[in-house]
Design a binder for this molecule. Sequence first.
Ligand SMILES: NC(=O)c1ccc[n+]([C@@H]2O[C@H](COP(=O)([O-])OP(=O)(O)OC[C@H]3O[C@@H](n4cnc5c(N)ncnc54)[C@H](OP(=O)(O)O)[C@@H]3O)[C@@H](O)[C@H]2O)c1
Length: 255
Amino acid sequence: MMESKVAIVTGGSSGMGLATAQELARRGYDLVLSSRKPEAAADQIRSSFGVRVEVVAGSIAEPDLAERLSAAAEGLGGATALLLNHGGPPVKPIMTLTDEDWSGAFEMMVTGPLRVMRMVVPQMQAAGGGRVLAISSFTVKQPFAGIGLSNALRAALVNALKTAALELGPQGILLNALGPGYVETNRIREWNESYARQQNAGIEDIRDRTLATIPLRRYGTPEGYARLAGFLLSDDNDYVSGQQILYDGGLVVAN
Ligand SMILES: NC(=O)c1ccc[n+]([C@@H]2O[C@H](COP(=O)([O-])OP(=O)(O)OC[C@H]3O[C@@H](n4cnc5c(N)ncnc54)[C@H](OP(=O)(O)O)[C@@H]3O)[C@@H](O)[C@H]2O)c1
């Protein structure tokens, strides 16, 4: 049983990151909330849930962010839960991606999250255990045309976390990825707009085509995602580690 209830949430100012931060606050966690502009979300969580919320502003790609996050968590008593999240990379066909596109996205999606994990895991080791979860995507299991950066780099992070799950399991640290299918957030609206432009179609048309591919025929909700994320990040999860789980309405059934 982990005694301290302190969670770090990156990419926590909107969408699934914010909903997960709210779910953790509902479960009584004090928070370190981070994103490029986290202040408004932090105010909302403090006033709604009465937990302590420290703010660390910056991109997960910034080299000093990990150290700032870990210092803020230490000030609250040490992190036992970590949600790794950030925005999505540019939506571009693979033949148009430049070296700069790849290296920029790698910093945000692989180097940054792993740097944060490395800085924070020692606090979990000191506490006798912890939970790490990354927001990934169904496209790790079923790549999707037009989003090569996301398909490739999320797979890299997921396999790095699986490696960490093998190496850190003996110390009571459980690491997983939770991949959304289509979840109703700002990102999915931007995604639909990009696809509509690429395919010269209307946004409603793209939305209808997407819904037709989802067995439950609806988008997921940030709150539904957050309930599962909150479980995986807490003591309720006592035996799930090294997994990429999907919250996708049955979209991908292959292993
Ligand atoms: N929604 C879906 O259906 C879906 C499906 C598959 C994958 N995903 C992925 O899941 C993740 C979360 O998506 P969402 O739909 O919840 O998106 P969202 O509502 O756009 O939220 C993205 C969050 O990340 C923060 N952020 C953006 N760039 C960042 C950076 N460089 N460093 C740190 N934080 C950053 C944003 O806050 P600031 O602007 O304040 O930085 C915001 O809090 C994204 O990576 C997205 O691509 C989403």
